[in-house]
Design a protein around this ligand. Structure first.
Ligand code: NI
Length: 160
């Protein structure tokens, strides 16, 4: 199990744009595994590589719905549909929640960890998670997209 340090609000790296992954080598696969471990450790729904200090276009998402964990390398959004107003948090903004408008549906194209091209269409929470993580790859964070005045602070109930 490999845990990585999560970069938090105020860390300048979160505002930087991530670059394409050129070669999916063992180092990248190791990073993806560590990202999944780190996401699970903090009960996150998704994590982008920049959040562990690596400016590469890699996203992991787990909705804890017994479906396989989603791993996206070099993702691009092909299409969005509709709108939803949702509550959103981020592992880089612990204990903070905001409201944002996200598409209701999103289709994304990416490579999986074997370099195979994949296309995923997500609705609801999955669409929200994909868009949130895509924002991270573009250096955009929660406070950049929140509906003004909607930030709430929630006391941590347990310290993991
Ligand atoms: Ni986030």
């Amino acid at each position: 199990m490999g845990l990585r340090n999560i970069r938090k609000e105020g860390d300048e790296i979160l505002k930087k744009k991530s670059k394409d992954v050129d070669v999916i080598d063992e180092k990248i696969k190791e990073l993806i595994k560590d990202m999944i471990d780190t996401m699970h450790k903090y009960d996150g729904v998704g994590l982008a590589a920049v959040q562990v200090g690596i400016l590469k276009k890699i996203i992991v998402i787990d909705l804890y719905d017994e479906k396989p964990i989603i791993k996206l390398i070099n993702p691009t959004i092909l299409k969005t549909k509709g709108k939803q107003e949702v509550e959103e948090g981020c592992l880089s903004f612990p204990n903070k929640y905001v409201k944002v408008i996200r598409p209701e549906e999103v289709t994304v194209e990416a490579l999986d960890e074997n370099g195979k091209k994949i296309k995923i269409t997500g609705t609801g929470l999955l669409a929200q998670a994909i868009c949130h993580e895509m924002d991270h790859l573009n250096g955009i964070v929660l406070t950049d997209v929140m509906i003004p005045g909607t930030m709430e602070f929630v006391d941590p109930q347990n310290n993991k």
